[in-house]
Write a protein that binds this ligand. Structure first.
Ligand code: ZN
Length: 237
């Protein structure tokens, strides 16, 4: 388990500096006006930039986005070239402010801790179930003596999708809550109106419908429907 966590953390650190550059090209951001805007946003939010880059994301997908890397307050900011060509400077600033909101609220470490806790809980549940006769009988299996652990493992992984299905709305709810928090942060540090127009463009590009079925959305979507996010942002404006 410790190795698994170490591996995941290693990937988080190595991905931006070593792995991503193997697959994409990075160039320093040339646009001076945008540079100044981004630097000033970072200063307002208490961050410093360790370089602003443009990545040729258009080679693999049309999904426009931005991300930043680096531990601590000093960040390497990466914009997809598709984002830069699609959004204006204010919208780009608002999208970056949203991402900084995720960092400010420590959403990634929280998610990692939650995944880790869920894995531990799953292993504990497996150990507990493997010593319960009804677990085997309920699933119509009679393991031979000495085969309990192996049988439990197989049954557990067969039954897991059902548990996963039941937990899914909870995970989606937590993830959507994070999106709203990041939106609120963006509205406080950039212009809410810019984030609204950026969202409309990004949701269009990702071919997701602007008004999905609310029940389906509440169950499956890790991101709130655009209309809900825009509604909240307009209350702030
Ligand atoms: Zn987000």
């Amino acid at each position: 388990m410790g190795h698994w966590v170490a591996f995941n953390l290693g990937v988080l650190v190595l991905y931006p500096t070593v792995i991503a550059p193997m697959f994409n090209r990075f160039e320093p951001l040339q646009d001076e006006a945008l540079r100044a805007r981004v630097e000033s946003l970072l200063a307002r939010c208490g961050f410093a930039s360790k370089g602003l880059f443009v990545m040729d994301g258009s080679r693999r997908s049309a999904h426009g986005n931005a991300y930043f890397t680096g531990l601590g307050r000093s960040k390497r900011i990466v914009f997809f070239d598709t984002l830069l060509s699609r959004l204006d400077a204010g919208e780009i600033e608002a999208v970056l402010a949203h991402e900084l909101g995720h960092f400010h609220h420590r959403h990634v470490p929280r998610r990692i801790a939650l995944m880790f806790a869920a894995s531990l809980a799953g292993l504990w549940l497996l150990g507990w179930l493997s010593r319960r006769g009804w677990f085997y009988q309920g699933l119509g299996v009679t393991p031979a003596a000495g085969e309990f652990d192996a049988t439990a493992l197989v049954l557990f992984f067969l039954a897991m999708p059902v548990f996963g299905f039941l937990l899914r709305p909870l995970a989606s709810w937590a993830s959507r809550r994070h999106e709203f928090q990041a939106d609120a942060y963006a509205a406080a540090h950039a212009r809410a109106g810019d984030l609204v127009s950026a969202l409309v463009k990004l949701y269009e590009d990702n071919a997701s419908t602007l008004t999905p079925d609310p029940l389906h959305s509440a169950f499956y979507d890790s991101h709130p429907p655009a209309a809900l996010r825009i509604g909240r942002l307009q209350e702030v404006r």
